[in-house]
Write a protein that binds this ligand. Structure first.
Ligand code: FDA
Length: 312
């Protein structure tokens, strides 16, 4: 993204996306659903598993994300927990498939309090531990960072194959690295929520510099790292830095989103780099889609031109 897009276009798209008429266009029209299908593997677990198997044929590993966030009732949180338990069972059954899961704590009831979130996360961790499956925790908007750090540290003491996403656009993240348990897996991302300027870097170059600095620190401190970006210059930096560390590639992998830079995913995998793709699925795909549209204005033009074509 250019700096102009980071500063103005992206916040504008995220604001428009809150309007019910935009939501209607995206979720209830054929062009809206067509754009969504580029970024979301499908509405069912079976479709997500099929996507994971397709990637596996290209030597790309997978991570399932059952879409949903900010649930408002205990039943919704319970349903999300059951969906993850079903995903873990499907992964265990497909025993040659390397497939992790990624959860959002607000989908598991974090808005009700940390205790509720942990009550739903714990059975997921226990099932994952039994199957040996990695669990990662997404980082959501800035109001959730403290609770998410606390939950991740508690989860890590229960099950060490837990990772946590950290966002380079947050001004606070460099300080937050000191709160991570030593050796915990970190997924380093730029960050994708609509945030006020006092909380995040608003200049793209600053976000990129922050990402590179955080990566260097995490590498030096011995954390396993998911370099979760599609940004070619950051990817080049990762290749250089990790290549210079003995056994560096035993604890670093590239991660990308389903439907984004498939060419780059395939070429890195062909070159022998570890690559994992984050596969979102489920019926609650609208908030996820808005973040993907906002990242790249061209996605919105694609959506708009499909709408115009279908209206003719
Ligand atoms: P940048 O936005 O600069 O994009 C670099 C290039 O990638 C673009 O020029 C374009 O080619 C391509 N690209 C990026 N996004 C695209 C899109 N939507 N459509 C088409 N092309 C696109 N965020 C968060 O806040 N919490 C989280 O937990 C996670 N988790 C997560 C997991 C994984 C595996 C990934 C890859 C990303 C996330 N993110 C996330 C999202 C992340 O914060 C960020 O918004 C996106 O990865 C886009 O940023 P890039 O680093 O790719 O750079």
């Amino acid at each position: 993204m250019t700096d102009l897009a980071t500063r103005f276009v992206r916040p504008a798209i995220l604001r428009v996306a809150h309007h019910p008429w935009f939501r209607h266009l995206a979720t209830r029209t054929a062009p809206g659903r067509a754009v969504a299908s580029r970024f979301v593997a499908g509405e069912t677990l079976a479709e997500a598993m099929a996507a994971a198997r397709d990637l596996d044929r290209q030597r790309i590993t997978a991570m399932l994300d059952h879409l949903g966030e900010n649930v408002t009732t205990p039943d919704q949180a319970l349903a999300a927990r059951q969906a993850y338990l079903a995903a873990l069972a499907a992964i265990a059954e497909a025993d040659t498939l390397d497939c992790a899961i990624s959860v959002k704590l607000t989908q598991l009831g974090l808005d009700e309090g940390l205790e509720t979130g942990m009550a739903n996360l714990t059975p997921i961790l226990d099932a994952a531990a039994e199957a040996g499956t990695r669990v990662e925790i997404d980082m959501e908007s800035h109001g959730y960072v403290d609770a998410t750090l606390e939950a991740a540290a508690a989860a890590y003491t229960r099950y060490p194959k837990v990772g946590l996403a950290m966002q380079a656009y947050l001004r606070r993240t460099a300080g937050d690295l000191d709160r991570l348990p030593g050796g915990m897996r970190v997924r380093l991302v730029k960050g994708s929520y609509l945030e006020p300027p006092h909380v995040v870097f608003t200049d793209k170059r600053e976000v990129d510099r922050s990402w590179a600095r955080l990566f260097t620190t995490l590498l030096a401190r011995g954390h396993p790292i998911d370099a979760a970006t599609h940004d070619p210059s950051l990817i080049e930096g990762v290749r250089r830095r990790v290549g210079a560390v003995e056994n560096g590639w035993s604890r670093v992998e590239f991660q990308m989103l389903y439907g984004v830079r498939r060419d780059l995913q395939a070429s890195l995998a062909r070159e022998g780099y570890p690559v994992r793709v984050y596969i979102p699925y489920g019926t609650e795909w609208y908030p996820y889609l808005t973040r993907r549209l906002a990242e790249r204005p061209a996605n919105l033009w694609f959506f708009a031109s499909n709408l115009l074509r279908s209206a003719k």
